[in-house]
Design a protein around this ligand. Sequence first.
Ligand SMILES: [Zn+2]
Ligand SMILES: [Zn+2]
Length: 147
Amino acid sequence: MQPDELAKRIQELALVCRKAGRPLTVQRRAVLEALLTLDNHPTADEVLELVRQRIPNISRTTVYRVLDTLVALGVIRRIHHPGSAARFDGKVARHHHLICTSCGKVWDVDAPELDCITPPGEATRDFEVHDFSVHFSGLCSECRKRP
Ligand SMILES: [Zn+2]
Ligand SMILES: [Zn+2]
């Protein structure tokens, strides 16, 4: 992520925190920065590792809690796909994923034609759909190379 885009996201976090009456703590800022810097759907532990380069004594619990708070504030998303650890996504706009079932890595799929899926009314059984995401599972090019 570009530095100016990162700065914009931090400003956005400040605004969201102010609106929610929650302080923009050093930890919240550092966790969001780490997540956006990694930019590859990291797990909580991957975020923790990077945050510790800046705040060496931050606890695992704190990082996990901050990630939950950021999800609740709508600044980031938690993505879980069956069979893999929860990962976090700095991109909150609707998009889709490729998931490798061997290494667990996740990639974004930008395909506007997927955004237009609307299930027929009878299929949703009165369920009010707020959002959806398509995920394709399979093997990434690295894992396919392995015997
Ligand atoms: Zn893979
Ligand atoms: Zn994503």
